[in-house]
Design a protein around this ligand. Structure first.
Ligand SMILES: C[S@@+](CC[C@H](N)C(=O)[O-])C[C@H]1O[C@@H](n2cnc3c(N)ncnc32)[C@H](O)[C@@H]1O
Length: 461
């Protein structure tokens, strides 16, 4: 452990969040694209490495009370905070451990899912190799780990910006602020009309949008060590692991590539790893959420019936195509919005199509990022609860001014005006009481829409 990494996380609160691609329901569904059939999520054993104050793992624990979860972080104050939030939200199936993973190993073969989000690129090589060793040692034979990391060559220009910002923020004019340092670089670049200059300015804007607190740990953290996908795969192989697929399937889709690259990639069909690496070169990809498993895990080509066991989340409207199967799938899925529909139910609804062809179309839509597969369906409550309230966990996050987490594990930032309305959703006030209170403030319409939105996203009980 470089002292600088331990020092910053022991000194300051990391603004942790929920990350859908690190949710076992998505990991399980995305793993089938690489031919790995993982365990049933609701009763599985799940480990998170680098859990910070638990904003990612606690909603998973609350959603799956029969699962058994462990979460590890070296920051004592983050772990104490996570434990206290778990206690106030009455979540008892997650064990939080304060440990440096360089000196910590769980017992062998006991985790079906391992999650390490925001860890690999932000720690030294010893901690990277400890993480891979834990995955090899602790995954069950069909277990899967999701490791996120920054990738080259996408980071090639971000790194000089990181060095420059870190150097400039120590100037008196920047008062140790990264945002002021970025402002300074941006104004120095004013009037540039080179491609390089325009790209640098777009990177500065992206960096500034993250805000001071996030930048301090992420782009400008003490370690930020992007790697090539092929390097990552080699490290995994050396540790007795192998690559399965991406948790975010759409981002490894060859359809996103320039036309010339698309014609090149099919020639590499027999070398999917090289195909992936080339795709990163062509797209300048900066981030991956890779799924890996033990080298001895059994990978197979799933049948359409196996794929049909998963559920479908719509990420964006399906455009009309003129293809009768796609258009019929679109019609049925759009009708069921915002539910995450079991594929079997959908196939029953679209009886006119051949189910195998329908599954092929669904997989193509998932690879285009229009749909996402999940292993667990989600159905919203059919009507508004009479006395709406948030879960204890979300109530805690709301009161603490943090983002709340919806039923699909998406973080939702709540505007201060909405926060006031939601604090009235305490399970004692009826829906009508809440609307009456809002009427006094002439906010009935927006409050009504807010509660409808909350109910649609599974945030009310
Ligand atoms: C960038 S934060 C990511 C937090 C969270 N997973 C997320 O993505 O929002 C990295 C976390 O890893 C923890 N960490 C860093 N090195 C560690 C180590 N060697 N052992 C255990 N935890 C470590 C830090 O304390 C910090 O909470």
């Amino acid at each position: 452990m470089t002292d600088s990494v331990a020092a910053i996380y022991n000194r300051e609160d990391y603004p942790s969040m929920s990350h859908p691609t690190g949710h076992p329901s998505i990991m399980a569904a995305s793993a089938i694209f690489g031919g790995l059939r993982t365990s049933h999520v609701p009763t599985s054993r799940i480990l998170e490495i680098g859990c910070a104050s638990g904003h990612h793992i606690l909603p998973i624990a609350a959603a799956f009370p029969d699962a058994s979860l462990t979460a590890v972080d070296l920051s004592n104050h983050a772990i104490e905070k996570a434990k206290s939030i778990a206690q106030s939200a009455k979540i008892t199936n997650v064990q939080f451990l304060c440990a440096d993973i360089k000196n910590w190993r769980p017992s062998a073969h006991q985790y079906d899912y391992i999650i390490a989000h925001g860890f690999f690129s932000w720690v030294d090589d010893e901690a990277k190799s400890a993480l891979l060793d834990i995955c090899q040692h602790a995954l069950t034979p069909n277990g899967v780990a999701m490791i996120s990391y920054n990738t080259q060559p996408g980071w090639a220009l971000r790194q000089p910006l990181r060095e420059m910002t870190n150097a400039l923020r120590h100037m008196p004019a920047c008062k140790n602020s990264s945002i002021l340092a970025l402002d300074l670089i941006e104004s120095a670049m004013e009037g540039t009309d080179t491609d390089y200059g325009k790209y640098l300015i777009s990177l500065i804007k992206d960096a500034k949008a993250k805000g001071e607190q996030q930048l301090k740990f992420d782009d400008l953290g003490p370690i930020n060590d992007p790697c090539y996908f092929s390097q990552f795969v080699q490290w995994c192989q050396a540790a007795g692991l192998k690559y399965v697929s991406e948790s975010d399937i759409a981002l490894s889709n060859p359809a996103m590539l320039p036309e010339g690259a698309k014609s090149l990639l099919p020639n590499l069909r027999n070398d999917p790893l090289l195909q992936q690496q080339l795709a990163d070169f062509f797209t300048g990809r900066t981030f991956r959420t890779s799924l890996i498993c033990r080298a001895d895990a059994n990978l197979w080509q799933p049948t359409w019936e196996e794929v049909a066991e998963y559920s479908i989340e719509l990420l964006m409207p399906i455009p009309a195509t003129g293809n009768p199967i796609t258009d019929r799938i679109a019609e049925v899925i759009h009708q069921q919005q915002p539910d995450c529909v079991p594929m079997r139910a959908l196939l029953a609804d679209i009886q006119t199509c051949d189910p195998e062809q329908a599954v092929t179309v669904i997989l193509q839509l998932a690879q285009l990022g229009i749909l996402r597969l999940r292993s667990i369906p989600y159905r919203r409550l059919q009507s508004m609860p009479e006395h709406p309230r948030l879960s204890l966990l979300n109530e805690h996050y709301l009161k603490a001014g943090l983002s709340i987490v919806d039923a699909l594990h998406n973080p939702c930032k709540i505007a201060p005006s909405d926060r006031k309305v939601l604090l009235n959703c305490n399970g004692i006030n009826s829906f009508d009481d809440i609307m009456r209170q809002c009427a006094e403030e002439k906010q009935v319409q927006s409050a009504h829409a807010l509660l409808q939105f909350m109910n649609d996203r599974g945030l009310l009980c």
